[in-house]
Ligand binder design. Structure first.
Ligand SMILES: [Zn+2]
Ligand SMILES: [Zn+2]
Length: 249
């Protein structure tokens, strides 16, 4: 590929990302850490990973690999609700056709766009990650949380199963890699690799080494706040550190 064609390709990619997301201001700098190898090796449960070199497209059906009552009684992966369960109006989940596009080398954004309702990232098993908001863009309340299974998850009106918080099959009180957010940065459990609780910035992350990135990378952590004293810990609230890519259904 000569330089002119390469330039055109890059220009068209920038134009594309801007037209899809006019609210954010993309930075032109490039991150130093390439996440491609880790992404390719860590996602499972049928998630496909396609890499172009500069971006990565992850496709999943959004169904968990683990037990949840939302599989329905009789399913091999059915398990009961936590004891505080309160009837959920959305009682079942179905498969979807999700595609998340993230950059291979995530970088800090100058705009720090707010996360919004809907998928803000993808867990390693292909289940969407949501923030601390529910329909109407209100913060999760105690009643909504009683619709959660042991994984801090439930389906929305579109029967779309998603994680809001830490849980039994993703991360509890550990340094597990949970997934990647739409800005390409990884998200971990409440602890760092050395077993300590890190001090986080306003975006819920910090730069440091992880088990997957021994050279160091900016990464998010689940909140270390026992949310409304429910025993659940919100995975991610507030703004992105980097520039979000697309998440389509
Ligand atoms: Zn929800
Ligand atoms: Zn950390």
């Amino acid at each position: 590929m000569n330089k002119t064609i390469l330039g055109l390709v890059i220009l068209s990619q920038i134009a594309c990302s801007k037209s899809e997301d006019t609210a954010s201001t993309s930075t032109t700098t490039t991150g130093t850490v390439d996440i491609t190898t880790v992404v390719q090796s860590k996602f499972f449960n049928g998630v496909t990973v396609a890499s172009s070199g500069t971006s990565i497209v992850l496709k999943s059906n959004g169904l968990p690999d683990h037990k949840t009552p939302y599989w329905g009684v009789g399913n091999a992966l059915y398990e009961d609700f936590p004891t505080n369960y309160h009837a959920n109006v959305n009682t079942s989940m179905t498969s979807h056709t999700y595609a998340m596009t993230i950059v291979a080398k995530p970088v800090v954004s100058t705009s720090h766009e707010e996360t919004t309702l809907g998928a803000i990232g993808m867990a390693l098993n292909g289940v969407p990650i949501y923030n601390d908001r529910e329909g109407g863009n209100v913060a999760l309340d105690a009643l909504t949380i009683t619709t959660f299974d042991y994984s801090g998850a439930h389906p929305g009106p579109g029967k779309d199963y998603h994680y809001h918080t830490t849980g039994r099959y993703t991360t509890t009180d550990d340094a597990n890699l949970v997934g990647f957010l739409r800005d390409g940065f990884p998200i971990y459990g409440r602890k760092d690799k050395d077993g300590t609780y890190p001090t986080l910035d306003t975006y819920g992350g910090h730069t440091g080494i992880t088990a997957d990135f021994p050279e160091g990378i900016y990464h998010y952590h689940a909140s270390n706040v026992n949310y409304l004293n429910t025993g659940y810990y919100v995975l991610k609230a507030g703004s992105y550190y980097g520039t979000k890519g697309t998440f389509t259904e």
